[in-house]
Design a protein around this ligand. Structure first.
Ligand SMILES: *Cc1c(COP(=O)(O)O)cnc(C)c1O
Length: 644
């Protein structure tokens, strides 16, 4: 049964909570109109009361209605994300608090570029950053100098871009500092290479020392030194000129797992670092292969190849798997001691909100044993260790518009130590040595100076903030949502096992690897088929019927699912052999040089709808799905056999 805690949270698959939302929308629209009227009520109305009778007015209204009706009709062809019959991509119903806050805020149209344009919602955005920081185990007390800072972006792609920008700024700053050699600033790295190999923490320490030293200078000198430093910074010179001036350095490399989202490729291109400097590390058991990473780091050390960052993924886009974040931060410390400094960024665009399950209301991490009482086998000890290490990473990407159930246009970037943000400031950051909560808010209210965007919607910040207030980011509150999602995953696996037994004579059905979170893949192959390409055709045909077809009425589809592919470099050698054998496939047909045979096509299910298991009517959509799959797969096997 779906937990009663979920019942008031969403509009609902059937629009069950429509009265609540309608009441809120009308109430706050009226409220907004009163606000307009009460701003100088002595001003006479600008639009005459007779305007509605003018022919142009009526024409305009008719045109507007016509267009809106046709838009509304067209939108009926949308993908039904809200339905428990939708288990495809990373989308589901929207949380009512977020949706209502978004509606409420829209007509005020705040622009979160700065507090001048958004006196209310900029503060909410800064607070959202602190809420997310707390969820991850970063310091969230703004009176601490090393408090975290986070802001919203249009999505995870831009948050990852921001991570690259900040990592690069931190890497290059010590080199610029050495180039200007401020007197009496102790502990400068001994040469360019040492400077370029500081960890982010060491670079932040240098930055703080520099700011403190500047503060002690007379204003004229301070301006002079600031200008000198600026002229040496990578952001001023550009990567080409900067590296030309420091020939011992070389272009910095980024390591990410083979499961990394393609936004990393985009980020490397748009920062000018270059796609070739992004090196994908193989996986072992669906987690980043630490031995493979160590080999690569060793090679970098030998070749004096600098490393900008190692990216760990918490909830890979295709498989929901979690990299060993704990091992990555340990590796950062070990390699820094050997002279190879780099940052650790976590791409938790998908899985970030799962962290709520690991958090007590007082902010402490939950014990693994306590969590295990709620689930059959979530979280794996490796996943618990990975989440426990989030607080030691340098920065994190998370998407409120994915597992946060917030409308689109809400990604987030969070960095562990706000002092680093000075390096991204578009002009000189005059509020250094932040020491009070007031300073913190004062500084970041000029948000546009630090973020990749300029103008951006305050309504998105309001939606995320209100949601986090109604459902605080711990296991007792927001955690109810991912809990439902993980329970659905466990129920899905049980149903899959029963399904596999039912169809045993005609079809192999396998879960190719144990899921770390709430994405589950299914590999299906007709018994008797040994050929990879043939299996791929079979699964593609099944997927076709699970996909949105704009030429057909929505109701013609029973379920919506997604598809992905398993490549040997993602599974690793051992697992690839195991999966092929479990499906009765001949390994020689994998990558045999034909069309579509270098990977396995599999079905992929995102189980984030909160009403999958039993919506109170005794209906399990997961059972319904497997009944459907049985019908379709059996028909398809028969059709294939008849054709052969
Ligand atoms: C979705 C996703 C992204 C990109 O986020 P957008 O919000 O689509 O820009 C990046 N990384 C991972 C792991 C993701 O799942």
């Amino acid at each position: 049964m779906t937990s009663p805690a979920i019942h008031p949270c969403f509009l609902g698959p059937y629009g069950e909570n429509d009265a609540v939302l309608e009441k809120l929308v009308v109430e706050f629209l009226r409220d907004h109109v009163y606000w307009r009227r009460n701003f100088h009520p002595e001003d006479p109305p600008a639009i005459p009361t007779t305007a509605a009778g003018e022919p142009g007015f009526r024409d305009f209204e008719a045109r507007m209605r016509r267009e809106l009706h046709s838009l509304s009709a067209a939108l009926k062809r949308s993908v039904p994300f809200h339905s428990p019959r939708y288990i495809g991509h990373m989308a589901s119903d929207l949380l009512l608090p977020g949706l209502a806050a978004q509606y409420l805020t829209l007509p005020y149209n705040p622009n979160n570029v700065s507090s001048d344009a958004a006196p209310v919602t900029v503060d909410l955005e800064i607070k959202v950053g602190l809420q997310l920081a707390r969820m991850f185990g970063y310091a969230d007390d703004p009176s601490r100098p090393d408090c975290a800072f986070g802001h919203l972006t249009s999505g995870g792609t831009l948050a990852n871009f921001q991570a690259l920008r900040l990592a690069l700024a931190l890497k290059a700053f010590p080199v610029a500092l050495r180039a200007v050699m401020p007197p009496k600033l102790v502990d400068l790295p001994e040469d360019d290479r040492a400077a370029f190999n500081c960890t982010p923490s060491a670079a932040i320490a240098l930055l703080s020392a520099w700011e403190a030293w500047l503060a002690s200078c007379k204003p004229v000198e301070r301006r002079l030194w600031r200008a000198r430093l600026t002229s040496q910074r990578l952001e001023t010179l550009g990567l080409v000129e900067f590296l030309a001036r420091h020939p011992s350095l070389g272009s910095p490399r980024v390591f990410a797992p083979v499961t990394a989202h393609y936004s990393w490729s985009k980020g490397m291109k748009s920062t000018g670092l270059g796609r070739a400097q992004l090196e994908l590390v193989p996986e072992q058991g669906m987690r980043m292969d630490m031995d493979a990473l160590e080999d690569r780091l060793q090679r970098c050390l030998q070749l004096h190849q600098p490393v900008l960052a190692v990216v760990g993924v918490m909830g890979s886009t295709e498989f929901g798997t979690v990299d060993p974040i704990d091992a990555l931060v340990d590796a950062r410390e070990r390699w820094a001691a050997r002279g190879l400094g780099f940052g650790v960024h976590v791409d938790a665009a998908w899985g970030g909100y799962l962290a709520t399950l690991f958090r007590e209301p007082d902010g402490r991490l939950r014990a693994l044993a306590d969590m295990r009482e709620e689930f059959r086998d979530f979280p794996a000890p490796e996943v618990h260790a990975a989440v426990a290490a989030l607080g030691r990473t340098d920065s994190i990407t998370v998407d409120p518009h994915k597992l946060g159930y917030i409308p689109y246009g809400a990604g987030a970037f969070v960095c562990r130590d706000q002092r680093a943000m000075a390096l991204l400031a578009e002009d000189a950051d005059y509020v250094f040595n932040t020491s009070t909560e007031d300073d913190y808010f004062q500084r970041f209210r000029q948000l546009g100076r630090y973020i990749p965007e300029g103008s951006k919607p305050g309504a998105a910040a309001a939606a995320v903030y209100v949601t986090h207030r109604v459902l605080p980011l711990d296991h007792e509150n927001f955690g109810a949502l991912p809990r439902e999602s993980i329970l659905a995953t466990e129920a899905f696996r049980t149903a899959a096992t029963r399904f596999a037994a039912r169809v045993e004579g005609s079809l192999y059905c396998r879960i190719p690897f144990e899921p770390d979170s709430n994405l589950v893949c299914l590999a299906l192959n007709p018994v008797g088929n040994r050929d990879v390409a043939t299996m791929n055709r079979f699964v593609r045909a099944l997927h076709e019927e699970l996909s949105h077809d704009p030429r057909q009425p929505l109701q013609a589809r029973e379920f919506f699912g997604a598809m992905t592919t398993l490549r040997p470099e993602i599974l690793g050698e051992t697992d690839t052999a195991r999966v092929l054998a479990s499906l009765g496939l001949d390994p020689k047909t994998l990558d045999a040089g034909g069309e579509d045979d270098d990977r396995l096509v599999i079905l992929r299910h995102t189980l984030m709808n909160p009403f999958l298991i039993d919506n109170g009517n005794g209906i399990s959509y997961l059972e319904l799905y497997f009944d459907y799959l049985e019908r379709r797969a059996t028909a398809l096997v028969a059709a294939t056999a008849a054709a052969a």
